[in-house]
Design a protein. Structure first.
Length: 279
């Protein structure tokens, strides 16, 4: 399975990126405009945050889904085994630790700007017979959206006491339109092919991994596959180290119609219940 690496500044970047999403559901973006120094500083800040019990002051709200989610909160669809992770949900209107600088907000804005460009690439390079099913152009779906989510993930070191068969991120698909994942501080991301085999996604520090979500699959009537992926547990040499990553989940406005069956809000509510984040 060949997840294509795409140079953001290459003249063929838009078509190469869209082809990779079509064939694998994933692409890796290199040479993009977000500075690695900014990414590194944010990982350091959040690493210190997760070490401090003050994180519980920002405990998540089940209705609004913002704030701190402790270890053992989330499971993948179809399993009751909880992932080995804790995380923080950042929305423009939601909770944000007062102890942290505004660097994360700078990253949030830069990622949003980048994702708008990526949606434009997809829109331009999608066949007309597929685009005819879109209720509106893809970049317009996210205008004034209040549900674009930046998730700061911490996968703690493993101590051998974990629940049987538990891994850092069990096999799942993302709910949203597209996900832009800032490269993690360790390897571990894998994608599943149509034969059920798992493949490592090579995403070097500073790169961005982009994948199709269920909403884009729904909008495109299956043309863009929402590919199953997971975060595996590390080998012995790094199992005693934390792993951090930062995905931006790009969501349409609640009222955007994805298909005859669902609006964006209806689809989101259904999926949050399936993964245990909403009752």
């Amino acid at each position: 399975m060949n997840v294509q690496k795409v140079n953001y500044r290459n003249p063929n970047a838009a078509s190469d990126f869209t082809k990779s999403l079509k064939h694998t559901g994933f692409s890796v973006i290199t040479n993009h405009p977000i500075e690695k120094s900014l990414i590194d500083s944010i990982y350091e800040e959040w690493g210190n945050f997760f070490k401090n019990n003050k994180k519980f002051d920002y405990l998540f709200d089940k209705r609004n889904q913002d704030g701190y989610f402790p270890l053992g909160t989330e499971n993948a669809k179809g399993t009751s085994i909880k992932d080995l992770k804790e995380f923080f949900h950042i929305y423009p209107w939601g909770k944000y630790p007062s102890e942290l600088s505004d660097a994360t907000w700078i990253l949030y804005d830069k990622l949003l700007k980048l994702t708008s460009t990526l949606l434009g690439w997809i829109q331009k390079n999608t066949p007309e017979n597929v685009k005819s099913h879109f209720s509106m152009p893809l970049p317009e779906m996210i205008i004034d959206s209040k549900t674009n989510l930046l998730r700061i993930l911490h996968y703690p070191p493993l101590d051998g006491k974990e629940e049987k068969d538990a891994i850092r991120g069990a096999a799942h698909e993302d709910i949203n339109l597209i996900t832009v994942l800032v490269a993690g501080t360790q390897p571990g991301l894998q994608v599943q092919d149509i034969n059920g085999l798992w493949h490592d996604v090579s995403c070097d520090p500073g790169c961005l991994a982009v994948n199709t979500g269920d909403m884009l699959q729904e909008v495109s009537q299956g043309y863009f596959p929402s590919t199953t992926h997971q975060i595996i547990n590390p080998g012995n040499e790094i199992k005693n180290k934390s792993r951090y990553s930062m995905p931006l989940f790009l969501h349409p406005r609640n009222d955007v119609r994805l298909s005859k069956k669902y609006t964006a809000k209806q689809y989101l509510e259904k999926r949050l219940q399936e993964i245990g984040l909403k009752e």
